[in-house]
Design a binder for this molecule. Structure first.
Ligand SMILES: C[S@@+](CC[C@H](N)C(=O)[O-])C[C@H]1O[C@@H](n2cnc3c(N)ncnc32)[C@H](O)[C@@H]1O
Length: 204
């Protein structure tokens, strides 16, 4: 199947406590917040207004793919999960509700962070900021879904990997990280099609 299936996503939603309700609340919050309208303004405010930088294209991790990733990682309540470039935060909410871990979403764009925080889910936090400056100390699972990120964006991200403790896991979508040790890779389905998901372990 090439694109995300709404039926598989709904089935997954119904199997995780609190996820269906959260999804309805999230959808409601974005009913009148159309990305085509706010992304442009938020990028300008955050100083990311280079029109040739595709790092801000909209794309999401469907819940059934999120479940496959969390299962593969073996996400546990004692983990600290961080989605670098969280967008609306679907992966952040899923990680928390599925495993009970602490979950953090980081995004440069104000609307994503403000709306995510306004949903007030216990154990979930959103932080507005640039990858280049984010603090990864204490993070045990880092998720980066960036098939459209520019080389510059990936370079800024990989400099931050040095903050991860040995043994921390890194999951990337659409990018291979030569500086980390790969453990597994697989093709999974996202909102716009299929991509390679790579699982790494940080070493120092
Ligand atoms: C493809 S979306 C990923 C959405 C989410 N991670 C998911 O899987 O559902 C990429 C996100 O990265 C954010 N982003 C791009 N460059 C960034 C940067 N330099 N600092 C922080 N966030 C950035 C964009 O605003 C966008 O929301």
């Amino acid at each position: 199947m090439l694109v995300a299936s709404p039926l598989r996503e709904i089935a997954c939603m119904l199997g995780v406590r609190g996820l269906a309700r959260l999804s309805v609340r999230l959808g409601w919050k974005y009913l009148l917040r159309v990305p085509a309208l706010f992304v442009h303004a938020d990028r300008r405010r955050a100083g990311h207004d280079d029109p040739h930088d595709d790092s801000f294209l909209v794309g999401e991790t469907p819940f059934d793919t999120a479940e496959a990733i969390c299962r593969r990682v073996g996400l546990r309540p004692e983990d600290v999960f961080l989605d670098a470039g969280c967008g609306r935060g679907k992966m952040v909410f899923f990680a928390r509700l599925w495993s009970g871990c602490q979950a953090i979403g980081v995004d440069a764009l104000e609307t994503y962070v403000r709306v995510g925080e306004a949903l007030g889910v216990e154990g979930v936090r959103f932080v507005q900021g640039d990858f280049a400056e984010m603090d990864l100390r204490g993070v045990t699972v880092l998720y980066v879904h960036g098939p459209n990120f520019s080389e510059r964006t990936w370079e800024a991200l990989s400099r931050r990997f040095a903050d991860l403790a040995p043994g921390a896991r890194v999951v990337t979508v659409g990018h291979a990280c030569p500086e980390l040790t790969p453990e597994h890779e697989e093709r999974l389905t996202f909102s716009w099609g299929r991509s390679t998901v790579r699982y790494y372990r940080a070493i120092r």
